[in-house]
Design a binder for this molecule. Sequence first.
Ligand code: F0G
Length: 445
Amino acid sequence: MSNNNMASRDKLPDSPATISLQCIRCSKVYPAGEIRYLCDCGGLLDVWHDLEALRPQINRGLFDGRLSGAPGPHVAPTSNSGVWRYREIILPATVNTIISRPEGNTPLYEHNRISDWVKAKNFYLKHEGENPTGSFKDRGMTVGITQAKLMGAKAVACASTGNTSASLAAYAAQAGIPAFIFIPSGKIAAGKLAQALAYGAHTLQIEGDFDDAMRLVREVCNQMSVYLLNSLNPFRLEGQKSIVFEILQGFAWNPPDWIVLPAGNLGNTAAFGKALYEAHQLGLIDRIPRIAAVQAEGASPFYQSYQTNFAERITMKASTVATAIRIGSPVSYERAIRTLEWTDGIVTSVTDEEIMNAKAIVDGAGIGCEPASAASVAGTRKLIAAGDIKPEETIVSILTGNLLKDPTTTVDYHTGHWPNAQYANSPVQIESDIEAVRKVIEQRL
Ligand code: F0G
């Protein structure tokens, strides 16, 4: 699958041979500078770091010393990036080749009303929707686009349920590389489509679902001189590992008990497991937190496979209000199973109704998120009720996307389009008259 039209090199210019590509199935190793998304055996690839070589270079103090101050005209964006702070274990690239907004450094929220609702005592929300384009994808995309630039890519592409395409469009525009995005027609949220168009991506609306778009983009990237930036590309996942590194650093390297996240294509689930494995191997943490991956019931192939103990790889025609995770055949399936093994992880699923009510709780606290993100909060509540997570354990749930991504679904929830919208906040229609206004305020107070 290597592509001779693109510049390829044995190793990155400033990489001291500490990275390569390795098949997660048969362990075959390829140079990091080869354009390749799968092993010859069909297995998924990892960016493999030489942890032995890195161990003497890496410690908590190195990363703590890089926590930086205010952005300024002469401050390299990398100094303020919550991704590139950890560059040795992500992608050793020189500062002037890096394309960064900068991303990361996202807030960790604690809110009594949300904690009470999930019935947890130590509950935190890591808000990845507060990244530059409004989702966690920016953490992977800064690395993916930087790698594309290093490889001399003429064009980049991805299939997407919306957030990856918004992020790719923005970072490709910053790098000056043409971007082709493949999206399921009519199935992505308005905010995400608006971003792709506004950032200037060539937008192909496929008459099919995400899984169809994914198949097409893989084919075209193999045939043409276009660099694939889905999470099939292992460099994307390297960037997404920084969510975990940032959580660990935020907890002064005393890990929480659980990290709960929504799961669709399983890229993030894969990245989280790898990050925890490496952090443990490098001595940054003494204990590995457990991962809980949450799927939407109508798009739960991984959960259903988990229930068979992975004896069977289940795929399905996906359907859920959480369009970001409307995926029936997740690409990082094998990598995600490995995450469960490394972290003693678990998987669950939640209904659309549970997702929307959880979202209303997060939104109503003034924090806000898009529907898919709320799956992690609904899932946490469900896992505590089932006794899988203990109420006193420390839990970090990931909010993956911003409230503004999907205004239509939010307005629908609050305006009577959902039968069991427990927390609907309907607008009041009144005449343009001061007495009518006074009446509403008196009633509400
Ligand atoms: N949450 C949001 C907001 C997402 O956009 C996605 C994935 C996920 C969760 C699931 O993450 O795929 O790594 O398991 N969005 C992809 C996209 C598929 O195209 O934007 P995953």
